[in-house]
Design a protein around this ligand. Structure first.
Ligand code: SF4
Length: 275
């Protein structure tokens, strides 16, 4: 038995029949751990790399893979083989819908070796693969996975290094340079832009993003992810302060105008959900 199949990683959720994380019907696997701390993070329980006990998350619905696991603990260890057994249960849906598996987080590249093995196994079984990433990872980690990834869902939040650090805890330089390198490799990339009213939708930021993406010829699609505060309760349960109390979700008008604006830079713009 190859050692890669018994490699273990920490997963905090698996969502079946996902339709917003790439083409067709998908299984989304959420790997725990993220180097960022975005103030609007919808999954604050994803940020710490290790399993954690967080308030009353017992009412949360988990996929069958978590049966028998302590529901009070977020994040459990699974092998590549266990994850793939769960993913492969829906092979037939992937085949008929053009779907596949999406590895998300947290930041899946925080567990880069585990992710690499999951991707290799998926490709071995001809499953379409997507990786949902913040782009904040060493280039060497991205370079190792690129040939096993059919689609990157790549977040661009704020262009300015200082502003990026202010709202996410890390600067933008690495994120932008990795995106340049991925695009130069001809990777298929959909850029995801969280629309956080008064923060990311400011004209100087959207202008800079539009100009930057226009220069990357292989990127032609952007998904707008409108801010919502559905995660507020999670912060309360985790006894963490929620700092965006004053921020309202963007209006339809704001989304329409952003769509038009990014369209002028040659991007095909769709609206999704901030999850
Ligand atoms: S990159 Fe994603 S998972 Fe990480 S803190 Fe930001 S929103 Fe949360």
């Amino acid at each position: 038995m190859p050692s890669s199949i018994v490699k273990k990683g920490i997963i905090f959720d698996v969502v079946k029949y996902a339709i917003h994380d790439g083409p067709g019907i998908r299984t989304t696997v959420f790997l725990k751990g993220c180097p960022l701390k975005c103030l609007w993070c919808q999954n604050p329980e994803s940020q710490k790399p290790e399993p954690e006990t967080v308030g009353r998350f017992r009412d949360r619905k988990f996929s069958a893979m978590f049966f028998g696991k302590d529901k009070g603990i977020i994040g459990h260890e699974f092998t590549v083989r266990q994850v793939m057994a769960e993913v492969r249960k829906d092979d037939i849906f992937y085949r008929y819908s053009g779907g596949g598996v999406t590895f998300s987080g947290g930041e899946p590249l925080m567990q880069s070796e585990f992710l690499l093995y999951l991707l290799k196994e998926s490709k071995k079984h001809n499953i379409h693969t997507a990786v949902d990433t913040s782009g904040h990872a060493p280039w060497s980690a991205l370079e190792r996975i690129v040939k096993y990834v059919d689609l990157f869902l790549y977040d661009i939040k704020l262009m300015d290094d200082v502003e990026h650090e202010r709202y996410t805890g890390v600067g933008s330089e690495l994120v932008l340079s990795n995106l340049r390198k991925l695009a130069a490799r001809g990777a298929k990339i959909v850029v995801r832009f969280p629309v956080i009213t008064g923060i990311t939708d400011r004209p100087e930021n959207t202008r800079a993003i539009g100009t930057f993406l226009k220069g990357l010829k292989s990127i032609d699609t952007m998904h707008l992810l409108p801010y919502n505060y559905m995660c507020k309760d999670k912060y309360k349960r985790m006894k963490r302060e929620y700092l965006l109390d004053d921020v309202e979700p963007p209006s339809d008008g704001i989304l329409r105008s952003l769509s038009k604006k990014f369209g002028q830079y040659g991007l095909r713009v769709e609206t999704g959900d901030l999850e």
